[in-house]
Write a protein that binds this ligand. Structure first.
Ligand SMILES: NC(=O)c1ccc[n+]([C@@H]2O[C@H](COP(=O)([O-])OP(=O)(O)OC[C@H]3O[C@@H](n4cnc5c(N)ncnc54)[C@H](OP(=O)(O)O)[C@@H]3O)[C@@H](O)[C@H]2O)c1
Length: 330
């Protein structure tokens, strides 16, 4: 077993890391760091984890980490992770905040499906944002063959857990239930992250317009990405019989061997991916345009699940370890 530590273990991300890692065959949580819950056992603070992480108590942020730790997850707010890195120097790091998504300080951007070869060689991973993950999984098949450029319009609806464990007016149930609203229209912080990463994949210059929305559910992000189809891929041209230029064949090939991305012939759903590290993607083409839909659990593939996938790679383990739990249909 390899020992790891979790900072921010009382947050939604930290709690999900504890849940997934409860059954991980090769990783043991040796330190769960939380100011709020310091001294309590995992089962006292999180009764759904009774019987797992036996003997583990949350420890205060000023306590030293066990010397056995080989890796650390930083599941803390933006701006705080950067201050913590000097404390965990020498350990494998997966940071869930946006502090290093520009690949500063030796961090590699952690969209696993696009970057796994670089992640395997790295010591530090900047886990992608949840909106960015949903968008990039939709755009990657076109971006990676150089068939994405120009305007990309993203309509993305997230659940309330995207705002973390601390209640705010915008996440309060009476305000959020049975309602739908947009926020940070055209100004969300993940826009630049998406533009940067499609560029790394091989896209031409893209202008991303994002309309993030708050949905009346706790988990999940539903993404609709609208793009103009590269003329080479437009089935009305004479290239329509060549699989190299068939958009459906391109998506099928791109995700054929991906353990956590499933192509769907119709619409993806949030329910099927909830509490899992799976993502669903579907492609719809008409009149020279394409709409790509994707669903993820913002706390799963959008956060803790992908963070574990990346930590598995940093530690030289099979990237699927601890993550192959099926979703549910109801
Ligand atoms: N929620 C999502 O869907 C999502 C998805 C992707 C990425 N992220 C990012 O992942 C990180 C964690 O998100 P979250 O949703 O788990 O947040 P959260 O629920 O608010 O939890 C963050 C935890 O960090 C600790 N913390 C708070 N302020 C701190 C400080 N100044 N210094 C050290 N620790 C502090 C707190 O634990 P104690 O008070 O107990 O110490 C808190 O429970 C954030 O950067 C977030 O943007 C979130």
């Amino acid at each position: 077993m390899t020992d790891i530590a979790i900072f921010g273990a009382s947050g939604y991300g930290g709690q999900e890391l504890l849940r997934y890692l409860a059954t991980h065959p090769q990783i043991r949580v040796a330190a769960a760091v939380s100011g709020r819950w310091a001294g309590r056992t995992v089962a006292e603070a999180l009764p759904h984890l009774e019987g797992f992480h036996e003997g583990l108590r949350f420890t205060a942020p000023d306590q030293p980490l066990p010397s056995s730790c080989a890796g650390v997850f930083l599941a803390v707010p933006h701006g705080t992770a950067r201050d913590m890195v000097p404390r965990v120097e020498g350990l494998k790091i997966v940071d869930l905040s946006m502090d290093f998504r520009d690949e500063s300080d030796g961090f590699v951007y952690g969209l696993t499906e696009s970057n796994r070869n670089r992640i395997r060689e790295a010591d530090r991973v900047a886990n992608p944002g949840c909106f960015a993950t949903g968008a990039l999984l939709a755009l990657a098949p076109l971006a990676s063959i150089g068939a994405l450029a120009g305007d990309v319009v993203l309509s993305q609806t997230t659940g309330s857990s995207g705002s973390g464990a601390h209640a705010k007016a915008g996440t309060h149930h009476p305000e959020r239930a049975q309602d739908m609203r947009a926020y940070k229209v055209l100004s969300h912080q993940h826009r630049a992250e998406i533009e940067d990463d499609v560029g790394r994949m091989g896209a031409g210059p893209c202008a991303v317009s994002m309309v993030p929305q708050s949905g009346p559910f706790a988990r999940g992000i539903f993404t609709a990405a609208h793009v103009r189809l590269d003329p080479r891929l437009d089935s009305e041209t004479d290239s329509d019989t060549d699989p190299e230029f068939d958009p459906f064949a391109i998506f099928a090939k791109h995700y054929a061997d991906e353990p956590f991305v499933r192509m769907r012939p119709d619409t993806p759903t949030l329910r099927r991916v909830a509490r899992t590290n799976y993502a669903e993607v579907s492609l719809h083409v008409a009149d020279g345009r394409a709409v790509i839909l994707s669903t993820i659990d913002n706390l799963g593939k959008g956060m803790a699940g992908q963070a574990i996938q990346n930590m598995n790679l940093l530690l030289g383990l099979d990237e699927t370890m601890g993550l192959k739990t099926p979703g549910a249909n109801a």
